[in-house]
Write a new protein. Structure first.
Length: 260
């Protein structure tokens, strides 16, 4: 089942996607809700990031090839992590499908995509075992963890290298029925495929992350966990169209735009 967050007529709604239509609901998909009886064509609405999370979590260095590339950029070595490592992103950076990725004028040439599976939490979770970890998951969507590598190397934190406004596109919707064992992540830049990898071949899978995280923090409905990326991105520039497809979910498409 697919759930979207969208804007129509100046108002923001949630709804269930059925084919080329969206059926509006009153309430949140992961909470109590009821159908309003109103529907609209997908082509007549503007899809937004499918959730604005209370807390925005991001897994670090969770795929082998990306880990090696990070080490080559001057990261703390290519040693495989021994346990899940979690970080945070800023909600201000969120945007939706088809929204522009605005690159400030003083950004360096090494602006990269990071194609990520996004886990959407649907229930309050604390101290879940590995076996029970997926019980709190509502569904999955797609994220692009846009990153500026020069800033990433020189700044003390990731405040602008990863959290600049518009640099976290997410969408196009939440899919509740995904077989991660069969899913593949593919990225296309200007129509040319640049990477293709098995989505589920992570160093630490979704249940491992959730069980480790909930030992210390409480996950709440609407929280998201971005699960990391594989491989290396080409340098992106204004005008480039970046598409991230995860089989079973859909395609997140955004265009880079020059900023001030």
């Amino acid at each position: 089942m697919r759930w979207a967050r969208y804007e129509q007529g100046g108002a923001v709604h949630h709804g269930q996607v059925q084919g080329e239509q969206v059926l509006e609901i009153d309430g949140l998909p992961w909470g109590e809700h009821r159908p309003t009886g109103r529907r609209a064509a997908l082509s007549a609405v503007r899809l937004l990031a499918p959730v604005v999370p209370p807390t925005f979590y991001a897994a670090g260095l969770n795929y082998t090839q990306h880990l090696k590339h990070y080490a080559a950029l001057g990261g703390p070595g290519a040693k495989i992590p021994e346990k899940p490592d979690i970080g945070y992103r800023a909600v201000n950076a969120l945007s939706g499908p088809e929204a522009p990725i605005v690159v400030p004028r003083d950004a360096g040439p090494h602006v990269h995509y990071e194609a990520e599976l996004v886990v959407v939490i649907g229930k309050t979770a604390r101290r879940l075992s590995h076996a029970d970890a997926l019980s709190c998951v509502f569904g999955y969507t797609i994220g692009n963890d846009v990153s500026e590598r020069d800033w990433q190397k020189v700044d003390r934190t990731l405040w602008r290298a990863k959290n600049t406004d518009t640099w976290k596109p997410m969408g196009p919707w939440i899919e509740t029925d995904v077989d991660l064992a069969k899913a593949r992540t593919r990225v296309r830049v200007n129509g040319k495929q640049t990477i293709d990898f098995p989505t589920g071949e992570m160093l630490f899978d979704v249940p491992t992350y959730i069980s480790a995280m909930t030992r210390y923090v409480t996950l709440h409905p609407g929280d998201v966990i971005w699960m990391g990326t594989e491989g290396v991105s080409p340098d992106l520039k204004a005008g480039d169209v970046c598409e991230i497809e995860i089989t079973g979910i859909g395609t997140l498409r955004n265009t880079l735009q020059a900023g001030e």
